[in-house]
Design a protein around this ligand. Structure first.
Ligand code: G1P
Length: 297
């Protein structure tokens, strides 16, 4: 029987320069959509997909991220005393069991592939998932769970994929399609951030991966790729060259690029409107705002 994938790597070492000055003192993964930090969305998605071990690749200045997952006994006692049971339940649902999260440091920012490689000893000889917290995906069935189901049928490496507008393709890892089966795409090549005009397709890799342990072996070679960084895309592409299967998976759901300001704002509005308790007031406000076409002065 195939072993279930129970480990996920969360590369959270990035500096978050696009969100300066906020990220001077808070990790970008702690930035909130409505009232939940980005990392919480990623963790919830991983849990729903059956992940039991959460491997964080962190860096200097990320201690707020580690603290976030501690129990908060004082807060819990105070909420209990005040009879705020719903809030208490919500708070408790974010607690992680001791030992469920492990942290490794990436000492130097050498790229996404390098960050993933930093967790190699914790992954061992098992297939593993990778979740990029910048990519927030709203979906009826969480994206990673959809991918796990697809992976159970295909095995091999599976990456989340989505068609992106032509003028944005060169910001992504891009798939060269061998066979298009609808939801699943058999891949014959992958390029990280192809120069405009050289893209093999407009099917881009989105930040969810299920990978075989071979990927770590490929990353061991520490080959520099696009932007002089060690790229995860290249390590996956190497598997194709070695004759191993790689699939793109067109997930069902709406993806928000929370690594960009515009994407983060869109997600804030969408997740705000999705909350029943906010919807009425917030949508009236948005309608008014839209009519005036004015922002805050
Ligand atoms: C990373 C990956 C890229 C992928 C993208 C998805 O790029 O390297 O292959 O398409 O995430 O969000 P980054 O956004 O870190 O530049």
């Amino acid at each position: 029987m195939k072993r279930k994938v129970t480990k996920a790597i969360f590369p959270v070492a990035g500096l978050g320069t696009r969100f300066l000055p906020a990220t001077k003192s808070i990790p970008k993964e702690i930035m909130t959509l409505v009232d939940r930090p980005l990392i919480q969305y990623a963790i919830d998605e991983a849990r729903a997909a059956g992940i039991k071990e959460f491997l964080f690749v962190t860096s200097r200045g990320k201690s707020a991220l580690e603290d976030y997952f501690d129990d908060a006994p004082e807060l819990e006692t105070s909420l209990r005393k005040k009879g705020k049971t719903q809030m208490l339940e919500e708070l408790k649902s974010t607690n992680m069991d001791s030992g469920a999260i492990a942290y490794v440091r990436q000492n130097r920012a050498l790229g996404l592939g390098h960050a993933v490689w930093c967790a190699r000893r914790l992954v061992g000889n098992e297939s593993f998932a990778v979740i990029l917290t910048d990519d927030v995906i709203a979906a009826e069935k969480p994206c990673l769970q959809q991918m796990m189901e697809a992976h159970e049928e295909t095995g091999g490496n599976v990456v989340a994929a989505m068609e992106v507008p032509q003028d944005k393709v060169s910001s992504y890892g891009v798939l060269d399609i061998e066979e298009d089966m609808g939801d699943m795409v058999k891949v014959r090549g992958m390029v990280e951030k192809p120069a405009p005009g050289t893209e093999p397709s407009n099917l881009a890799v989105i930040g969810r991966y299920i990978l075989t342990p071979n990927i770590m072996r490929n990353l061991n070679k520490k080959k520099e790729g696009a932007g002089g960084e060690i790229q995860l895309t290249d390590a996956i592409a190497e598997e194709i060259t070695a004759g191993e299967p790689v699939y793109g998976f067109r997930f069902r759901g709406q993806r928000y690029d929370c690594g960009s300001k515009a994407g983060f704002l869109q997600a804030t509005v969408a997740f705000g409107l999705a909350r029943e308790e906010l919807r009425g007031e917030f949508s009236t406000y948005l309608d008014d705002l839209h009519a005036q076409k004015n922002g805050a002065k």
